[in-house]
Design a protein around this ligand. Sequence first.
Ligand code: PBG
Length: 323
Amino acid sequence: MFKRHRNLRKTTGIRKLVRDVYISVDDLVYPLFLEEGTGIKTEISSMPGQYRLSLDMLDEELNILNELGINSVLLFGIPLEKDSFGKEAYNDIGIVQEGIKHIKRHSPNMLVITDVCMCEYTSHGHCGIIDESGVINDITIEYMAKIALSHAKAGADIVAPSDMMDGRIKAIREILDENGFEELAIMSYSVKYASSFYGPFREAANSAPAYGDRKQYQMDYRFSIDAISEVRSDIEEGADIVIVKPALSYLDVIKKIKDTFEVPIVAYSVSGEYSMIKAGSLNGWIDEKNIVMEKTYALKRAGANIIITYFAKDIARYLREDK
Ligand code: PBG
């Protein structure tokens, strides 16, 4: 009998020749939590190894990223003051806006992506403007557009709206185009499930809703069809790149989008995924390096082009070690 794959995996040289899934340091995006103030470097207790940093403490981090060859960051802001309209989110000298300018001064080649949302800026912790009935979609998208524009003016390369309101991509595209930012790309959190895997992030960004949850505007993981329609409408409205979030429990969704659309796909390996692996490895129960690489390859194999991960620096080091 003809055994087609008889020897292909036995010899290192042939294995390297025929394998078809790769991770490159260029695929990686590292999230940064920027906190207003000075002298701040606070470890996030549920995410060992991850910090909230004030801008005066940022250069050391940027030097490490540059040294490792990581060229993309995703910014989250933690403002000093919150209010019901989240006005620090679109303050032209707010924490993210100043963060963008700082990073561009220090590392002009760093690609800066900004999370466009209100939950870190509102006193109630919801992702938009609310009344008694919940988040008001159409008013919120006007705010999203304002936030995106202020990030663009500060020098962001890509804006990434994560609020999940209907029509926000169109609203953001229009305001960017009207203000001369036609070339600025939108990376949309198109597929964002209402997930318990975001738990540690809410500690990191101080953004847990004061009451209720985000089920009104995030997706229900008990449905499998919504993902396609969310991506389709975002692409129609002008999204250039789409995010699936969380990543690891949603490989099927990544694959389905890959098979249906011609659009770059981002897998966001979220805070809870990081914390679980860290907890396991700090206890000596699992091998951190091998687990991180295995799951990152799984995301690439499923069809993700870009990976947002708190392990970005580790992965960059592993890739070097294994060369
Ligand atoms: C919203 C936002 C969240 C995350 C990214 N953007 C929190 C949420 O939707 O509740 C979660 C990321 C993570 O868990 O790592 N601004």
